[in-house]
Design a protein around this ligand. Sequence first.
Ligand SMILES: [Zn+2]
Ligand SMILES: [Zn+2]
Length: 178
Amino acid sequence: MRTHGDWVDHEEDEHQAAHGECGEHGEGSAQPGFRMTRQRRLVYDVLLHDLNHPTASDVFLRAKDRLAGISLATVYNCLETLTEAGLVKQVNLDREPSRYCPNLNDHAHFFCMACGSVEDVVPAPLGGGLQGWCIPDGTRVEKMEVAMRGRCRRCATEADSSGAVAPQQASESARASN
Ligand SMILES: [Zn+2]
Ligand SMILES: [Zn+2]
């Protein structure tokens, strides 16, 4: 079991219910020495419950409704600390502001080029330990960052029904980022 240190106000049931659909997607456990302050807790809550892969500015807009006086700089600091503590992953898109993801399970990100939404994509299990990737023998994967691009279901349907130009070739719309 995870330990929560000094997170005395932790509401386990609520968090689990909010992520029931995603199975194990829930709170991770922080590095030893990490302290969950009120501001960090707020920022983390916004990531867990309120917004889907937001940027720091998105988090700030939501957080300041709940905690008057919190600054964008503080939100940046909290996000950095949460990332360093291993509770949150930073998702980088070329030339766009970083986004933040609290899902610590191995997953890739799908970016909709039409509406800008970001969704988690989970690898299909093949039965072995490695899931659908041809990784050279002897390689030890320690961190996974895969990005796919295209149109989300909503935008693809809209594009089809409005007769818009076809999306890019499949080979171009899905690519791995280093
Ligand atoms: Zn994610
Ligand atoms: Zn979309």
